[in-house]
Design a binder for this molecule. Structure first.
Ligand SMILES: Nc1nc2c(c(=O)[nH]1)N[C@H]1C(S)=C(S)[C@@H](COP(=O)(O)O)O[C@H]1N2
Ligand SMILES: [Mo]
Length: 375
């Protein structure tokens, strides 16, 4: 038999006990970059610093000839150009987005895939049209179940050739809080190519895989969608044979702006003794963040941080701060978030075969310099 697509892609697997990151994973990591953690200082992430994740290639697109089709089980299918979408009343929402695979490379055993540490996150202001407005205009039929979103990007994954497609249940797709957007602007400017130019879906509170980029088709279906990214990928499985639970909303997480200054190679941080203001951000897509605690002794003791008061941006991260009195020596810092559902970040790794939703507390090693030494 001649070459087949299955011959191109390796099956999902776990790294062996001493197996390092491969050149293939490095190639993925170079394409799909994270948020440099010092950029947690920005309330709204400048677009070039927002994390990026693209399964296949970034499609080449021209706004002037882009068409969005809304069809399937609807009374009146819609065919919309970008200018026509811009004619609807615009909604602007600040949304923190995180990849479901964030934290994957820190797991033991490590699922072999995009090797994120903790930096697959960013916050942007998205402008667009509420999806519920478009669905109401098209008129979803009485038998509608799912709404499927198709991107213009095409590839092969574990031997399966596909367009990037994900679905939302109808009630989520036409929900008001969170309100799903068909977005055409990021931070007030046209979407950058890597973030879905000219149109993308934004699903506040949900992990990144739901926010379909280069959106070209919306299809209302009368049966649950069983595409690869829905039924095979993005499921929580302990065993390859499990059907698994789907990945949906973002679990709580807090991250620190790395204090002091870094070593070039190890990226270990150096600070000088005395009062060090630790700052960071915390978010949860399940329920609002209610508290952040900080540990400066590798998780032995925890102290409440000061959380910024809630504001109008329910779906964006919140800033927190904590004053640490640093003494010379080696320290490991961390922060953990709790949300209004009572979910708190675990101190043991939440493991599954895909390496999804690993919101284990961040570990930030810091060297506090001796004032009488070389500091
Ligand atoms: N069409 C398409 N949409 C996509 C993807 C993709 O590969 N193709 N990746 C998804 C994943 S897994 C994530 S985490 C987010 C990342 O969005 P960003 O690159 O704008 O940060 O886009 C999602 N939307
Ligand atoms: Mo992702």
């Amino acid at each position: 038999m001649g070459p087949r697509l299955e011959d191109m892609s390796a099956p999902a697997r776990l790294a062996g006990p001493d197996e390092g990151i491969s050149a293939q994973e490095l190639a993925l990591a170079a394409r799909n970059h994270g948020l440099p953690l010092e950029a947690l200082r920005y309330e709204v992430t400048p677009p070039g610093l927002h994390y990026v994740l693209t399964h296949y290639d970034i499609p080449y697109a021209e706004e002037s000839d882009w068409r969005l089709v809304l069809g399937g089980r609807v009374r009146r299918p819609l065919l919309l150009g970008v200018d026509e979408l811009k004619a609807y009343p615009a909604v602007r929402q600040r949304v923190t987005m995180e990849c479901a695979g964030n934290g994957r490379a820190l797991l033991t055993p490590r699922p072999v895939s995009q090797p994120w540490l903790v930096e697959a996150v960013g916050t942007a202001e998205w402008t667009g049209v509420p999806l519920r407005v478009l669905l109401a205009e098209a008129g979803a039929g009485p038998d509608a179940v799912d709404v499927v979103f198709t991107g213009a990007d095409h590839g092969v994954e574990r031997g399966v050739e596909q367009d990037y497609q994900r679905a939302l249940p109808l009630d989520v797709a036409r929900g008001e809080e969170p309100e799903v957007l068909v977005a055409y602007a990021m931070n007030g400017a046209p979407l950058p190519p890597q973030h879905g130019y000219p149109l993308r879906l934004v699903v506040p509170g949900w992990y990144g895989m739901a926010h379909v980029k280069w959106l070209r088709e919306i299809t209302v279906t009368s049966a649950p969608f069983r595409g690869f990214q829905q039924a095979v990928a993005y499921r929580l499985r302990q065993d390859a044979a499990d059907e698994g639970e789907p990945v949906t909303r973002i679990a709580p997480r807090a991250l620190l702006v790395p204090p002091g200054f870094p070593d070039f190679m190890s990226r270990e941080r150096a600070v000088r003794p005395g009062a060090v203001t630790l700052t960071g951000r915390a978010w949860s897509g399940c329920a609002p963040v209610t508290g952040v605690e900080v540990s400066t002794d590798e998780g032995r003791t925890w102290h409440p941080a000061r959380l910024d008061p809630p504001d109008a941006h329910r779906w964006a991260w919140r800033a927190w701060r904590f004053t640490w009195t640093a003494a010379p020596g080696r320290h490991v810092l961390g922060a953990r978030a709790t949300d209004a559902d009572g979910c708190v970040q675990p101190v043991g790794q939440p493991w599954n075969r895909g390496g999804f939703m690993n919101n284990l507390v961040q570990r930030v090693p810091v060297l506090c310099l001796d004032p009488d030494g070389d500091g």
